[in-house]
Design a protein around this ligand. Structure first.
Ligand code: FAD
Ligand code: 2HG
Ligand code: ZN
Length: 468
């Protein structure tokens, strides 16, 4: 059965873009090295028409497809399973910036465009594309949309969903839906765009999108502050909202252990505070004069120091210093990966409840799993923590995962549920959290999700056993 299909796929995308032999780990191994799959083939179409033809051929043969962008996802959603029967459909050749509409303040682009390239192209045209995250050199707009990615500017600009004004999608049957309208208002029935965003490749393949642009800020101020506690960090966030209002674009928190991993593994990265229990990085972007913005920012920091919310702080004096403060924060996921396999919890809790949640859950972890090392950091401004657990020092990380991951996940997610939070804030479900979704999502919501999946993908060939 598979030979005629592969021959057909070669006809559609060209011989060299159906990869079958050699080392395919780039496409078969997930970023966190949690699972290595085996693809029937990796297929790399060049445009939407080719994607549609590939999907049609696979649907005829009832062969499953795993859509893939930059393969930087955190929940094992973009790599094939081990059966050797799934096609990885990589969007990496689809990188055309189709049209920048200055008057509409939108950009229409192929789903395979790398996020960083999009940011740069928009900047050169005098606009801000505000999606920002440490994986931006590899992740794609299609992947960002399929996971509804967050990142470090959600506080001001929202998740990827909020940035999207239209999609082009290839359905599981291989039909093309052109929804690239770029409209800000369109109440014509069910909003299919929002159904596809965050669907993690289970409802269709996003081939292009229209994304919102913003004016480039004229001032950008960044600071790192050492705070005595998480409670102080939350109070500082409130103060920052009051002082900076809509100018507050980023507010990230990181615990001492997270920063110690950056120091340990990346000697070239300068970490200003290494002994503080928590640090925050905050950013103010604005369109006012430098002098006005600087005085407001400094007054915020001074008030915070006076109130005992900040012990010490550095304010970047130029863009290079600002980049280097952000670099400290953005180095944490890589430092954690170098330290070894770990358990990630990408959770959402109401900002006001975060200190109590951490106090409660950290105590439980210490009681039931003494010695585990908590890498607690994330997007505090959005109430999104990366409440990650690293094996005790000198314990084999793979054994640690085998023996304790299930228990630790239950402990953390039960606490998240108790605090009325979410088990996935921005990374999605993939295969790693599929069982947890089934457990924690309300039954009625789950049954609506199953009905949607069945209606749009009755053969179940679109990224099977992901999400649901
Ligand atoms: P992939 O990993 O290739 O795919 C992710 C999912 O989307 C899979 O289910 C896949 O099947 C599906 N998919 C991909 N492309 C398409 C498409 N065109 N159509 C339909 N489905 C598709 N995430 C955040 O939210 N915030 C962060 O701050 C953040 N920081 C990160 C930092 C690092 C160092 C790393 C490694 C990852 C980080 N991530 C973050 C996670 C990841 O980068 C994002 O989820 C990103 O959006 C994934 O994009 P991708 O192109 O790599 O998608
Ligand atoms: C980040 O915010 C990413 O750096 C990665 O979402 C989170 O490594 C993680 O757990
Ligand atoms: Zn994150």
């Amino acid at each position: 059965m598979s030979l005629p299909l592969l021959a057909k796929l070669r006809q559609i995308v060209g011989e060299t873009h159906v990869l079958k032999e050699g080392d395919l780990s780039h496409w078969e191994l997930d970023w966190r090295r949690r699972e290595r799959g085996k693809a029937l083939a990796v297929v790399r179409p060049a445009n939407t028409a080719e994607v549609a033809a590939v999907v049609k051929a696979c649907a005829m043969a009832e062969v499953s497809i795993v859509p893939q962008g930059g393969n930087t996802g955190m929940v094992v959603g973009s790599t094939p399973d081990a059966s050797g029967t799934q096609i990885v459909l990589s969007l990496q050749r689809m990188q055309v910036l189709r049209q920048l509409d200055a008057a509409n303040m939108t950009i229409t682009l192929d789903a395979g465009c790398i996020l960083q390239n999009v940011q740069l192209a928009c900047q050169q045209a005098g606009f801000l594309f505000p999606l920002r995250m440490a994986s931006e050199g590899s992740c794609t707009i299609g992947g960002n949309l399929a996971t509804n990615a967050g990142g470090t500017q959600v506080l001001r600009y929202g998740n990827t969903r909020e940035l999207c004004l239209g999609l082009e999608v290839v359905t599981p049957q291989g039909d093309i839906w052109d929804g690239l309208t770029g409209l800000r208002k369109d109440n014509t029935g069910y909003d299919l765009r929002h159904l596809l965003i965050g669907s993690e490749g289970t409802l269709g393949i996003i081939t292009a999108a229209v994304m919102r642009l913003y004016p480039l800020p004229t001032v950008q101020l960044t600071a790192m502050a050492a705070v005595p506690s998480l409670k102080a960090a939350v109070a500082l966030l409130g103060l920052a909202h009051q002082h900076l209002t809509a100018g507050l674009t980023g507010f990230e928190v990181m615990n001492q252990f997270a920063l110690s991993l950056v120091v340990k593994h990346f000697a070239q990265v300068h970490v200003p505070f290494t002994a503080s229990p928590y640090c925050v990085v905050l950013e103010n972007s604005d369109h006012e004069s430098d002098a006005h913005a600087i005085s407001r920012f400094e007054s915020l920091m001074q008030t915070a120091i006076n109130q005992g919310l900040v012990n010490d702080a550095v304010i970047a004096q130029n863009i290079t210093q600002a980049r280097s403060l952000w670099h400290v924060r953005e180095s944490i996921p890589l430092a954690q990966a170098v330290e070894g396999l770990n358990i990630k919890h990408d959770i959402s809790i109401a900002v006001s409840r975060i200190p109590d949640f951490v106090h409660h859950t950290q105590a439980l972890l210490e009681k039931h799993h003494p010695g585990v090392r908590l890498v607690n950091y994330g997007h505090l401004g959005d109430g999104n923590l990366h409440f990650n657990v690293q094996a005790p020092e000198h314990e084999n990380a793979a054994d640690f995962l085998t023996e304790r991951e299930a228990d630790i996940n239950t402990l953390v997610y039960d606490a998240v549920a108790q605090f009325n939070g979410s088990i996935s804030a921005e990374h999605g479900i993939g295969s790693l959290k599929r069982g947890k979704l089934a457990h924690y999502k309300p039954a009625t919501a789950l049954s609506m999700m199953h009905a949607i999946k069945h209606a749009l993908d009755p053969l179940g060939t679109m990224n099977p056993r992901r999400v649901l």
